[in-house]
Design a protein. Structure first.
Length: 260
């Protein structure tokens, strides 16, 4: 299978002991490209994903500050992010958004950090990667007000909401990305959304090391396991996993205007 993992946290400590082997297993599984997410541990390491993109021609990077760490984001950090946005391997800004499940940062501060980063991403002409948990109405409202006019689109990462919300995202130029949680027995609602959406708007991801798919639950997730997400979506769409893998890989390359 030809696979692209559209969202993996390669910089985290969980991979420190065997990161080269993790990447080798990904390649062996057919993973052609990984988008390494650069939110890192927070504003103290804004370039968290860039070294892995620099060292591997098949890995790209994003930059941004996660809503969990919004309370720590300062103007100095925003200025640094603006500079990092010009790195040739940086193709997206994120993950950014709102998280009302954990509320690690106050909601009004999350919203301000979100809007600030949207403005900078627009200046850099980078698409965005959205994190949203239990905050879909506010997230979509902010996107429709502050992001839709840019026509830059992005990815609704680890999608967990309704078909209607997914369609609102597509209408704003977003791709809808499904992660390992879509393979869980109780996640039939997510599989139904993946079944109903146009194939050309779907991406797959691991969100590794988090959200290991059903066959690996309780273990560390890694990019090679993105194949399990392709299989789950293929089942509900009456396709072969190879077809879903190829389609989502083509969607990723087309959206980011990549040659490979």
């Amino acid at each position: 299978m030809e696979l692209i993992d559209s969202h993996a946290h390669l910089d985290v400590p969980q991979f420190d002991d065997d990161r080269p082997a993790v990447l080798e297993r990904a390649r062996a599984a057919g993973v052609q490209t990984i988008l390494a997410i650069g939110s890192g541990p927070g504003p103290e390491k804004l370039d968290a994903a860039i070294p892995y993109a620099d060292q591997n021609d098949w890995i790209y990077a994003s930059i941004g500050t996660h809503p969990h760490e919004a309370k720590d984001l300062t103007r100095r950090h925003l200025d640094e992010l603006t500079k990092l946005a010009h790195h040739p391997k940086v193709i997206a800004w994120g993950e950014i958004g709102l998280d009302y499940f954990y509320d690690h940062s106050p909601r009004e501060i999350q919203a301000q950090a979100f809007r600030d980063q949207l403005a900078l991403a627009a200046q850099a002409k980078l698409p965005i990667i959205i994190h949203c948990r239990d905050a879909w109405p506010d997230t979509l409202q902010i996107l429709e007000e502050h992001w839709r006019p840019t026509a830059l689109g992005g990815i609704l990462h680890c999608f967990t909401s309704t078909l209607e919300d997914a369609q609102r995202g597509i209408d704003m130029g977003f791709q809808i990305s499904f992660a390992g949680n879509s393979t869980y027995p109780k996640a039939s609602n997510l599989r139904e959304v993946a079944k109903a959406l146009p194939l050309e708007n779907l991406l797959i991801e691991t969100d590794s090391p988090f959200l290991a798919p059903q066959g690996f639950r309780g273990k560390r997730n890694e990019p090679a396991h993105v194949a399990e997400v392709a299989k789950a979506i293929a089942t509900v769409r009456n396709l072969q996993p190879e077809e879903v893998a190829a389609a989502t890989a083509a969607n990723f390359r087309r959206f980011f205007k990549l040659d490979k």
